[in-house]
Design a protein around this ligand. Structure first.
Ligand SMILES: [Zn+2]
Ligand SMILES: [Zn+2]
Length: 174
């Protein structure tokens, strides 16, 4: 409670307006979601990557202007470089996960982000009536075709399942 009051003080100070407890909680909750929700994170990362592809030409212009307006543009330049580095890392990892068959390789963060975006952090098990499991906790990523049988870390081969349905898949597998 002491920390909550502290954050309330800080938020009033930062926004220079009165901030009630409800608003303070909203700030804390949003911050938590931004930092810890894999679905929100994946949305941000994939959006950044798509912007990078669209703006790859525009970034050249930004670089040219970097000399005129130092700090702001330099920041953009650094960010762009980072994203390029990250995405090439991601691509390399992705490539590296393919060549050897039957060998378990960690799922790359790029693939994890795409799985999180597709499955929205919810178990994908559907019952015989077509109703999807509502579980958003205790989630695992399951390989539809096991690595041991030649399955890979492709998005198509990965599915989000809750612990119970994950167990069920493995028990019912031939
Ligand atoms: Zn599994
Ligand atoms: Zn489930």
């Amino acid at each position: 409670m002491k920390n909550l009051r502290r954050i309330q003080d800080l938020e009033c100070q930062r926004t220079k307006t009165t901030c009630d407890l409800e608003k303070t909680l909203e700030v804390i909750i949003n911050d938590y979601i931004q930092k810890n929700d894999p679905v929100t994170k994946s949305e941000k990362v994939l959006h950044k990557l798509s912007l990078r592809t669209v703006n790859s030409n525009a970034s050249i212009n930004t670089d040219a202007r970097a000399n005129d307006n130092a700090s702001g543009n330099q920041q953009t330049q650094i960010q762009n470089t980072k994203i390029v580095e990250n995405s090439s890392k991601i691509n390399n990892k992705h490539k590296a996960s393919h060549p050897k068959i039957n060998q378990r390789v960690a799922i790359s963060s790029a693939i994890k982000h795409q799985v999180n975006q597709r499955d929205k952090g919810q178990c994908c098990y559907t019952n015989f009536q077509g109703a999807r499991c509502l579980n958003r906790r205790w989630l695992d990523v399951h390989h539809r075709k096991p690595i041991a049988s030649g399955g890979d870390n492709s998005i198509e081969n990965l599915i989000t399942l809750c612990k119970a349905h994950h167990r069920l898949q493995h028990e019912s597998a031939p």
